[in-house]
Design a protein around this ligand. Structure first.
Ligand SMILES: Nc1ncnc2c1ncn2[C@@H]1O[C@H](COP(=O)(O)OP(=O)(O)OP(=O)(O)O)[C@@H](O)[C@H]1O
Length: 322
């Protein structure tokens, strides 16, 4: 990796004799959006806390923006903004007052803090009268935006977001994720996103790391992980036909006779064909030649959910989990 902004080296944390994080090696590049995934208790929060110098590792090291998080936690905290899953504000103050207060705590000079707060609120989409509303009257989605503004006002290089979309409605989630994505692109901001929502992570992350039982079982782009895990799986194509097929399907045996075709299943107007090589053009030609109308062709793509399940299922076997 050419320019890692976060370097975890054999990072390990024991709580008593319990190993919460074990020998973690990970590098995250500047400007990347990296997804931390894993079931409850996998060690994501413990890893984040060690990276921010908020808890000491039992062994190994975490380096962020060139500073060791254990020996130089203050320097790290200056560069990292952390948004926990539930953000709290002073409800009797307006959103602007809350943000100005946070800005002052972060050392922004008195004469600048109001303008910086207003500009940051605009960045996260809080404008007009909304700025002067008491936070008690803020919706969950607005609170998340204000939480992000609190993180951004200190102009960090790295932003850590713990379940940032919890409890937000689907359109709010979409807006929030595209905001994160554009901030990362425009400002070269590095984002670490911890989440259980695989679909959302898939939309926004350049790479993901899959945690189970304190260990990173896999890391990489979704495409690379999918290629690595499912290289052995047969390509599958789904074909939607204009009309329903009668079962038994009269042409099934002939299709099974095509080179590389291994399995054909028929469900109403849907055909699913597994093969040992990609033979989609041959299959389509076969069907057209037989006079079937085709309304859709879809090659099976393995997404994050498949990847996650595979890692988690393998781990289940290894650890003999229920
Ligand atoms: N202060 C602590 N003392 C003892 N055990 C702890 C402490 N903090 C965390 N643990 C344990 O360490 C393990 C990892 O916890 P952690 O909070 O890092 O997981 P997580 O992946 O963030 O989970 P979640 O998705 O539920 O937030 C869990 O088994 C947890 O019970």
């Amino acid at each position: 990796m050419d320019n890692p902004i976060i370097k975890l080296n054999r990072l390990t944390k024991y709580y008593g004799s319990f190993k919460a994080v074990g020998g973690l090696d990970l590098e995250i590049n500047k400007g990347e959006i990296f997804g931390l995934l894993g079931p409850n208790g996998a060690g994501k929060t413990t890893t984040i806390l060690m990276m921010m110098g908020l808890t000491e590792p039992s062994s190994g090291s975490a380096e962020v923006c060139g500073f060791d998080a254990t020996t130089n936690p203050i320097a790290v905290k200056r560069q990292v903004g952390y948004m926990p899953d539930s953000v709290g504000f002073y409800d009797n103050m307006t959103a602007l007052e809350n943000l100005m207060y946070m800005g002052s705590l972060n050392g922004i000079p008195h004469g600048e803090v109001r303008n910086r707060a207003l500009a940051t609120m605009e960045t996260v989409g809080l404008t007009g009268d909304t700025v002067h509303k008491k936070t008690a009257a803020y919706s969950r989605g607005m609170k998340q935006r204000l939480g992000l503004a609190e993180v951004l006002i200190k102009e960090p290089q790295v932003v850590v977001l713990d379940e940032p979309t919890l409890g937000i409605d689907p359109s709010g989630v979409k807006e929030f994720l595209s905001l994160i994505s554009s901030l990362s692109k425009e400002r070269g901001l590095t984002v670490l996103l911890s989440s259980h929502h695989l679909h959302q992570v898939q939309q926004v992350c350049d790479r993901v790391g899959i945690f189970v039982k304190g260990e990173l079982l896999g890391q990489g782009s979704i495409h690379a992980l999918s290629r690595k895990l499912f290289a052995q799986n047969a390509p599958t194509v789904k074909i939607k036909l204009a009309d329903r097929l009668e079962i038994p399907w009269k042409d099934q045996d002939e299709m099974l006779g095509l080179a590389h075709v291994e399995e054909v299943s028929v469900r109403g107007d849907l055909l699913e064909i597994a093969s040992s090589a990609d033979v989609t053009p041959e299959i389509v030609r076969f069907l057209v030649h037989k006079g079937y109308g085709i309304t859709g062709v879809q090659n099976r793509e393995y997404g994050l959910e498949d990847i996650y399940q595979t890692y988690f299922d393998n781990q289940k076997i290894e650890y003999n989990l229920p």
